[in-house]
Design a protein around this ligand. Structure first.
Ligand SMILES: Nc1nc2c(ncn2[C@@H]2O[C@H](COP(=O)(O)OP(=O)(O)O)[C@@H](O)[C@H]2O)c(=O)[nH]1
Ligand SMILES: [Mg+2]
Length: 166
């Protein structure tokens, strides 16, 4: 009984911590660095030899937007992208998406159109998308020019921001 009450109190305390919860997803070809971007962004950790398990994984990031506590529940593909088997359940009800490519691997950049199409087919046209060109520390191996990346972004939107996670 005590345990049930304690759990309820804990849930209520947790609820007070945020005003809104929103589902964000992170997608893109395998090995572009999605899982590391998430662990850096949510926990400040980078892992050189990250091995993800199959299944659904999500991380939590709380941010404040206009005085409101926003809890972002960021879903990671947990390896399914390797088999092109990311399911509709994954895309469904997401309000935003990070689409990641590796600036040293052109094929990961060419794949973006497919990721956007799959995403919009399920989540709808209005979904907010942020395109991330990752591994910018490997500038000498760059295979996607900044111009190409910016052109791709403008093909889908008129806004551009530069995001740096470190
Ligand atoms: N040089 C460099 N390597 C990275 C960066 N981000 C991720 N990696 C490496 O790329 C590989 C794949 O990363 P991971 O996060 O598992 O990619 P995912 O398959 O897209 O989730 C790992 O060996 C990471 O250490 C980065 O910004 N720079
Ligand atoms: Mg991963």
């Amino acid at each position: 009984m005590k345990e049930v009450r304690e759990n309820k109190e804990k849930r209520e305390r947790e609820k007070d911590l945020y005003d809104y919860v929103t589902k964000i997803i992170i997608i893109g070809e395998s090995n572009v660095g999605k899982t590391n971007i998430l662990s850096m962004y949510c926990k400040g950790e980078f892992n050189d030899s990250f091995k993800s398990t199959l299944g659904v994984e999500f991380s939590i990031k709380n941010i404040i937007v206009k005085d409101l506590n926003l809890r972002m529940q960021i879903w990671d593909t947990a390896g399914q992208e390797r088999f092109r088997s990311v399911t509709n359940v994954f895309y469904k009800n997401s309000t935003g998406a990070f689409i990641v490519f590796d600036i040293t691997r052109f094929s990961s950049f060419s794949a973006i159109d497919k990721w956007i199409k799959d995403l919009k087919d399920v989540a709808g046209e209005k979904i907010c998308i942020i395109l991330i060109g990752n591994k910018s520390d490997l500038e000498e191996h760059r295979a996607v020019s900044k111009e190409e990346a910016l052109n791709k972004a403008s093909q889908y939107s008129k806004y551009k921001i530069k995001l740096k996670i470190q």
